[in-house]
Design a binder for this molecule. Sequence first.
Ligand SMILES: [Ca+2]
Length: 341
Amino acid sequence: MLSARFRLTITAMAALGVLTCVSPNAAVGAEKNFEVWLEGVRVEALKRGIKKEIVAEALAGITPVRRVIERDRNQPEFKLTMARYQKHVITPRNIAVGRKKAKIYSKLLSGVAARYGVQPRFILAIWGIETRYGAIKANVPLIPSLATLAFDARRSTYFRKQLFAALEMLNRGHIDIKSLFGSWAGAMGQPQFMPSSYLAFAQDFDGDGRRDIWKNEGDVFASIANYLAKHGWRSDMTWGRAVKVAPGLIAGLGQPDRRAAPGCRATTYPQKLLSQWQELGVRKIDGSNLPTRVIKAALIRPDGDQGDAYLVYRNYAAIMAYNCAHLYAVTVGTLADRIKG
Ligand SMILES: [Ca+2]
């Protein structure tokens, strides 16, 4: 989350079989340089007010994790299409499990929806896509992988920030070092929050004093909902929809250069009122008229000229803030619709 580029979910990567291709010659920096670098991290952590026993324990004896760098260097290079991605994510099983979870946790989800103003189906869809409703448990010790990525030159600024955020989580007592696990790239718990997002958005819904996004469903749902709410979610609106576009319309719209969310590199075609899109010949996918509400919608076509078009509302930008990729956000919206049935 909040990474500038699309982070394929563990689920999707496993489904696509890209988890196993590891390059044998990935370079890991010399251990000695790492030790020197780590000493700098210790000094800065103390300056930032992190207790010295926390710094000592969290950073004791860690070395660069070769596998983390291998994984970072082996992001899939093929371009996923919406259809291919959705085929692996919006499966009958994922829909069925989503509906089952909606029943099991109906009371908890209603409580979270009432407090944060986010419809349960979207919380379920994000939960389902991130970690298959909590079934996939990321079990990589977090501090060593963040330190490895912060030491590595490729995205050191971003991961150095995440490393200090993780130390701050320990400092505040949100979690202890023995339980601090994440994905190889530092995404944690059932909602796959990065440490900086955890500090800013994770919630303690059951009021036990811990924001437990690893094991407590209420905290997981509330944290996802709070993230969306803080990024402008509106509970009286949906995400958007697939649409039919009149031939030639898109060519006349100019470049798709409107940012889909602040800080997100993905872009959309311009925003217009639904009534304007209706006038331009855009229709629901079944050919019927667009809704008559006075709201703005942006047009997107994630797969380019040959792909499907969608009109997306402001809630779409909140999903894009969670993970900046049209593939991800459209799939969250579509899975939410399918769970609703
Ligand atoms: Ca809690």
